[in-house]
Design a protein around this ligand. Structure first.
Ligand SMILES: CSC[C@@H](O)[C@@H](O)C(=O)COP(=O)(O)O
Ligand SMILES: [Zn+2]
Length: 244
């Protein structure tokens, strides 16, 4: 697709890119998913979010808004690929007036650059608690590990490698939080490189980024991980080990 020149964006703002009666259209799916995620405590108090790639378009939510009340008309559209930095060089082809794009944008872009079709960021308390329970391990090797739990089979072994088995050990890298969301991008990318098979990165005292080849995979992987984190917290309370 030929990038739309700036003047034309100003003229009609490409509103048609977010207008569709199809509930599966990314501009409709992002608000629907965020309403659901809000109920699960993943995106409360404006935290967290979701982004979807469809062909060469990235659909992004606005920053600092109640994510469960978002509408399709509030969605930004980026031409993909696009520079992650500096933000003013990103190729927005639709910008809702008086809104800023999510601060998670460069992190979502890092997942799309690695082939994801959807990326979910949650502030789930289970994810945060797990990062606190492995707080002693800092640095590039910090990771959450769990094995011998049926739900591990909901997580891929790596791209094109099938799903993890019951006896496999699931490993999710943990990066340290930063004062600003955007500043997590470098360490997120480092963790992605260090763990090329991972589909998720935990952020200490903050939450998690989970991505998938498509929306259904990102959502079910995020659900499986959240289940495992909750279970891990409860196991810890009972003095049960996460890895056999
Ligand atoms: C409760 S504020 C949370 C934000 O700082 C950030 O962590 C976040 O997840 C959402 O950023 P946003 O720019 O609103 O999409
Ligand atoms: Zn966040």
């Amino acid at each position: 697709m030929v990038p739309v020149p700036d003047k034309e964006i100003q003229k009609d703002n490409n509103d048609h890119l977010v207008q569709s009666s199809d509930p599966e259209h990314p501009a409709n799916l992002i608000p629907t998913l965020c309403r659901r995620f809000y109920k699960w405590g993943w995106v409360t108090g404006t935290g967290g979010g979701t982004s979807i790639r469809r062909d060469d378009h990235i659909f992004i939510a606005p920053s600092g808004v109640q994510k469960e009340l978002m509408k399709s008309e509030n969605i930004f559209v980026l031409q993909f690929p696009t520079p992650k930095y500096p933000p003013e060089e990103r190729k927005y082809i639709r910008k809702p007036l008086e809104l800023k794009p999510s601060a998670c944008t460069p992190l979502f872009l890092a997942a799309f650059e690695r082939g994801a079709g959807c990326c979910i960021h949650t502030h789930s308390q289970w994810a945060v608690l797990v990062t606190l329970l492995v707080e002693r391990e800092k640095g590039p090797d910090a990771c959450f590990e769990i094995s011998n739990i049926e739900q591990i089979k909901g997580i891929p072994r790596g791209k094109g490698k099938g799903m993890l088995g019951f006896h496999d050990t699931l490993k999710i890298p943990i990066i340290e939080n930063t004062a600003f969301e955007e500043d997590l991008t470098g360490s997120l990318e480092k963790a992605m490189d260090q763990y090329p098979d991972t589909y998720a990165v935990l952020v200490r005292r903050h939450g998690i980024y989970v991505w998938g080849d498509n929306v259904a995979k990102a959502k079910t992987q995020c659900e499986s991980l959240d289940y495992l984190f909750q279970l891990a917290v409860e196991m810890h309370k009972l003095g049960l080990p996460w890895v056999k």
